[in-house]
Design a binder for this molecule. Structure first.
Ligand SMILES: NC(=O)C1=CN([C@@H]2O[C@H](COP(=O)(O)OP(=O)(O)OC[C@H]3O[C@@H](n4cnc5c(N)ncnc54)[C@H](OP(=O)(O)O)[C@@H]3O)[C@@H](O)[C@H]2O)C=CC1
Ligand SMILES: N[C@@H](CC=O)C(=O)O
Length: 354
């Protein structure tokens, strides 16, 4: 068994890429999990095993039903899988690349109790109740959550370094959604909202339910994680969000929502045209300041403004602080995508186990 071994919770778009990347850098993957089960193979899943299981998942088979296709693999509960990881020599860890809500994330707390480092792309455990955020992040030597904001971009570590060095962060601002960036720049180029949303989903930029992106909720989660990292004790219900679809579409089954996307084309097109008539363009921005309410929503920006030049999934986050007071520190680059996100999670795990 390799000296590093990663349990990958969530075997969807990001999870499957993360497994490939981990194996490619010599890290064993002895556990993978989806919502049906965890699969344990003590000697580590081989590339072939992972390909077989990826193909099974792509064809709609749950891991619980695909386990028999891999020699020496057994099914375990999340707690059993975490306990198994803790018995491994070297530097075992756990990645949460599920889209699972906090209530079911007991495996993260199980791992921390056993001193296993955890690395998250999943924002939900950190953006639901404040107590969970605090218990998960209490020991910073055991958690990496870079990929929860800006995918693989160095956003959290930039903020954390400023805080750790005694700087006082006064203003964080930017476009934090790869999906909304992709949609807004494609609309600006003349695309149709319904088609662009489908493309963003097909390319793995959106959340499993794209309404999490289109409602502003995903951006609000990221803004909340930034604010909580800055020491703000706030919750999601204190963040104002602006949705890109009507309230009546919020409770539709996902398939029906996707089918009815064309009904939203005219409304969004009108907003894009209104901005264009002033020589401006739409972006989706978030602002986080200590002690201030957080708003996330559409902004109309002039050419030359920092957000104006963003294209595709690019995010931009600028930090102003007591030390960076004449010119902000700026992080910019792709804020969504399977490779960059998986790499962000893997890099966190490697850093925590260095
Ligand atoms: N795509 C991107 O660019 C980025 C994504 N992220 C985050 O990464 C995460 C994964 O995204 P993505 O791969 O696109 O999502 P997918 O929907 O493709 O995959 C999610 C996976 O999580 C699994 N899952 C759900 N509940 C559990 C559970 N209780 N235990 C273990 N696994 C579970 C699902 O299982 P099942 O298949 O059985 O439903 C599925 O395999 C999300 O939290 C997202 O916000 C973060 C940054 C960027
Ligand atoms: N759906 C998210 C993925 C990364 O967090 C986004 O589009 O930004």
């Amino acid at each position: 068994m390799a000296s590093r071994s990663l349990a990958v919770f969530g075997f969807g778009n990001v999870g499957r890429v993360l497994c490939e990347q981990a194996v490619a850098v010599g890290c064993a993957v002895p556990v993978i999990a989806d919502s049906s089960a965890a699969i344990v193979k003590k000697s580590g899943l081989t590339r072939e095993d992972l390909e077989t299981l990826s193909a099974a998942k792509a064809s709609g088979t749950r891991l619980a039903d695909a386990v028999s296709s891999v020699a020496e693999a057994t099914v375990a509960t999340p707690t059993e899988a975490v306990n198994f990881m803790a018995t491994l020599p070297g530097k075992p860890g756990l990645a949460d690349v599920s889209a699972n809500a906090n209530a079911a994330n007991e495996y993260l707390l199980d791992a921390l109790k056993l001193k296993l480092p955890i690395s998250l792309a999943n924002k939900k455990p950190l953006s639901e109740d404040l107590a969970s955020f605090q218990s998960l992040t209490a020991d910073k030597s055991l958690i990496g959550y870079e990929a929860t904001v800006g995918a693989g971009l160095p956003v959290i570590c930039t903020l954390q370094r400023m805080i750790d060095s005694g700087d006082r962060v006064t203003h964080v601002e930017g476009q934090l959604s790869g999906t909304l960036g992709y949609i807004l720049s494609a609309l600006q180029a003349g695309g149709k909202f319904s088609e662009i949303v489908r493309e963003a989903k097909a390319q793995g930029f959106t959340e499993p339910d794209p309404r999490d992106d289109l409602s502003g909720t995903d951006v609000a989660r990221k803004a909340l994680i930034l604010a909580r990292t800055m020491g703000e004790n706030i919750s999601m219900d204190q963040i104002t969000v602006e949705a890109l679809f009507p309230e009546s579409f919020a409770s539709l089954p996902l398939d029906e929502f996707m089918d009815r996307l064309p009904e939203m084309d005219a409304d969004i097109e009108a907003k894009v045209q209104e901005a264009a008539s002033k020589g401006e363009m739409l972006r989706y921005a978030a602002v986080v300041e200590p002690g201030q309410p957080i708003n996330v929503g559409l902004v109309s920006v002039k050419p030359g403004a920092p957000l104006a030049s963003l294209q595709g999934t690019d995010n931009l986050v600028s930090f102003e602080s007591a030390f960076y007071n004449t010119s902000p520190t700026v992080v910019r680059g792709p804020g969504a995508g399977l490779e960059v996100t998986a790499a962000g999670v893997l890099a966190d795990y490697l850093l925590l186990t260095r």
